[in-house]
Ligand binder design. Structure first.
Ligand code: G4P
Length: 535
């Protein structure tokens, strides 16, 4: 090549790099990524379904539930979910709305799976806190809010079921302020509740939107009026109209400018009211949310936040869900796993929609991609293609229940295989005795249901009958300083020393009293005791 050719080649390369950078910036700008946090029954499934309907990702109501039911066709253990009426698996769903690509990370609804939810929230950029209008803040909302706050996520409050008798909006605002120290900025405000819920006042535009239910499952219809339109007095029943004008005045006190920086910091939550079931107000929420939600953040590595085995039992597969954090991901690219230093070619990236999959050619920050995982990834891993970067580790919830899991002697091989696959997902933690003659794994969980799922799946997917022997411990603490500290401390009363998957020392205590005793007597020698299994 002569120097002219070299110059041309270099300039073409620079141009291509520039194009890629521009494409990445463009794609990232139009992505919004969120998870819904709510108490079971607040209407998460229903809201998800309506959002997907608006985004054109599904075409008729009932499809999300139907898909959930069809799961039985792909994996039988999900039967357990159906039987219990709960959602255990997390999946990611993608839909578009006015040129934006929205990624909804679905979080499991049952409280025993808050550990899984925790990880999902680690991959989300925004949290939509869905509240039942009649019940206000509930137990699971509290727990999940704490997690969202810990991660500094912007919060968006959606008050659902306004077509049922509901709390007054100001009461809910007060609850959020008092319990969470969270200020609310109502974007929409309900006109009536229960049977009389007929529309919403949209504060940014000072418009009133009156809805009518769609017939036989069809979409709701709406008419929009200016708040000052005299016609409104005839359209909204007398006392509701008066109440509306009064509320509008009261709302002025809350200010009429939404401070974006305060939203981004998670200090102020935009607030919306709706009836997901009747599709009243879901459109207004989606419109404002996509315009206000935080775009994918500036971190550099991609994060494995969930592993799932045997989604399709015909192919003993294992899928790692990875959230792309920056740059561009393309099919076939090679990435390095920070924990192991291994290079892995991403040959079969897939996009998941509920249980359906399609191959992905490329992805951008905020996207969730499923990678078939030949044991290469663990939850909390970071993968990267450029220079190595650190990512804050995802802590696990501290387990509170411990149980030996056993099988019949002739099933040991299948048992070991199942334990490896299922526990590798991190849905339950696994510990081992330090006594070499006791090699049965100790399952450690936050809730009893996690044990049941493991047992069910061991039987269903590996044909192994298992028994559990509960252990009388309730608290686990990781000894940060490692084995030398444990040895220095000597005999610990009422405490069992075990090791985790990576051979690190973990102390099990019967109760808080036993823990405080050990801390008082041997705390100095043991050093920091952590409730989390930090990677
Ligand atoms: P979840 O995923 O948060 O657990 O809640 P889900 O959407 O399954 O909703 C729980 C129940 O609340 C469902 O009733 C659902 O129809 C109802 N629901 C959801 N949104 C609204 C709403 O805006 N208004 C009213 N009135 N109800 C709502 P179900 O009887 O348990 O189930 P289904 O037979 O209706 O499916």
């Amino acid at each position: 090549m002569d120097s002219q050719d070299e110059e041309a080649a270099a300039s073409a390369k620079a141009e291509a790099a520039q194009l890629t950078r521009e494409q990445i910036a463009r794609e990232v700008k139009r992505r919004r990524n969120f998870a819904i946090i709510s108490h079971p029954d607040a209407g998460k499934t229903t809201l998800t379904e309506k959002l997907l309907l608006f985004g054109g990702a599904i075409h008729e109501a009932g499809e999300v539930k139907a898909r959930a039911n069809r799961r039985s066709a792909t994996s039988d253990w999900m039967e357990l979910e159906k039987a219990r009426g709960i959602s255990i698996t997390s999946t990611a769903m993608t839909f578009s709305y006015s040129d934006m690509q929205i990624n909804l990370l679905d979080t499991p609804g049952h409280q025993d799976f808050s550990e899984d939810t925790y990880r999902t929230l680690a991959a989300a950029d925004n949290a939509v806190m869905l509240v039942d209008g009649a019940k206000g803040i509930e137990e699971q909302t509290r727990k999940l809010f704490a997690v969202a706050r810990l991660r500094g996520l912007p919060i968006f409050t959606v008050v659902n079921k306004m077509d049922r008798p509901a709390l007054n909006g100001f009461e809910i605002i007060e609850q959020l302020e008092k319990e969470f120290g969270l200020a609310s900025f109502p974007v929409t405000w309900p006109i009536g509740s229960g049977d009389r819920f007929c529309g919403l006042y949209h504060r940014p535009s000072r418009k009133v939107i009156l809805y009518k239910k769609g017939l036989r499952g069809r979409a709701a219809t709406k008419e929009t009026y200016d708040i000052s339109d005299p016609e409104l007095a005839g359209l909204v029943e007398g006392d509701l109209y008066e109440q509306l004008l009064e509320d509008v005045e009261l709302l002025e006190v809350l200010g009429d400018e939404l401070d974006q920086a305060e939203v981004a910091a998670g200090n102020v939550a935009p607030m919306y009211f709706c009836s997901a079931f009747n599709q009243f107000g879901v459109d207004l929420f989606l419109e404002h949310f996509t315009a206000t939600a935080a775009p994918p953040g500036p971190s550099k590595a991609s994060l494995v936040f969930k592993l799932q085995s045997n989604m399709d039992p015909r192919h003993r597969d294992k899928v790692a869900f990875v959230r792309v954090v920056s740059g561009k991901f393309s099919k076939g690219m090679k990435v390095k796993v920070a924990r192991t230093g291994r290079t892995v070619a991403l040959s079969r990236p897939q996009r998941m929609f509920a249980q359906d999959r399609s191959t992905v050619q490329e992805g951008f920050a905020g996207d969730v991609i499923g990678l078939s995982n030949p044991g290469a990834f663990a939850v909390g891993d970071t993968v990267f293609a450029g220079p190595e970067v650190a990512f804050p580790p995802i802590p696990s919830f501290s387990p509170e229940l411990f149980s030996y899991m056993r099988c019949a002697p002739n099933q040991r091989k299948a048992f070991a295989k199942g334990v490896d696959a299922l526990l590798g997902e991190g849905a339950v933690q696994v510990l081992y005795s330090t006594d070499e003659y006791k090699q049965d794994p100790i399952l450690a969980a936050v809730g009893q249901l996690q044990f049941e799922v493991v047992q069910f799946r061991m039987k269903d997917e590996y044909g192994v009958d298992t028994t559990l022997e509960p252990m009388p411990y309730a608290i686990a603490r990781w000894v940060r300083a490692g084995w030398p500290a444990v040895e220095a401390a000597g005999r610990l009363f009422n405490t069992l020393t075990v090791k985790d998957m990576w051979g690190r020392p973990v102390l099990l205590f019967r109760n808080a009293f036993a823990l405080s005793q050990v801390e008082a007597e041997q705390g100095e020698k043991l050093g920091e005791l952590s409730p989390f299994a930090l990677p």
